[in-house]
Design a protein around this ligand. Structure first.
Ligand code: ZN
Length: 157
């Protein structure tokens, strides 16, 4: 496995639309392994393939008990609303308030090509939305109700 370089805001690749994964090849499996290692190393809760320079519809989401591997993910249902602080490994040192659904259901293929459905709330629901946005070249800073000032960040948590 290898640690991948996380692209930062300003890198044009983060603004591109990702392509559907047509076939889960050994290269895709290696990418999943490398993304997993990179996510852990960065202490993140989610990572999308374009953040490591790959324009494919793949995201990883750490739901607190395991790292979900989502290939060609689609949001199939949402409920309610929540407004919380969000950050992004591609936008270091920034935090913003983003409105997201309270509950999100995502359908995706796993690494074996099996279609799976995940429903979650709270941070994981937000993470589903945030990571899927990356696949369409959207960053949370585009959607933030407002960005936090540095002195506000110090008083958080
Ligand atoms: Zn992000």
């Amino acid at each position: 496995m290898a640690l991948l370089n996380i692209r930062k805001n300003g890198d044009g690749i983060l603004r591109k639309k990702c392509r559907t994964v047509e076939e889960i090849t050994p290269r895709i499996l290696t990418l999943l392994d490398d993304m997993r290692e990179t996510l852990r190393d960065a202490n993140g809760v989610g990572l999308a393939a374009p953040q490591v320079g790959v324009l494919k519809r793949i995201v990883l989401v750490d739901n607190g008990s395991e790292i979900l591997e989502l290939i060609n993910p689609v949001i199939v249902n949402t409920k309610g609303e929540q407004e919380e602080i969000e950050a992004c490994l591609s936008c270091p040192g920034q935090w913003g308030i983003v409105r997201r659904p309270a509950e999100v259901t995502v359908k995706a293929l796993d690494r074996n090509g099996v279609e799976r459905t995940y429903t979650d709330t709270g941070l994981t629901a937000r993470c589903f939305c945030h990571e899927l946005d990356h696949l369409d070249g959207v960053l949370y800073i585009d959607k933030a109700e407002r960005m936090l000032d540095p002195d506000e960040i110090e008083t958080e948590d």
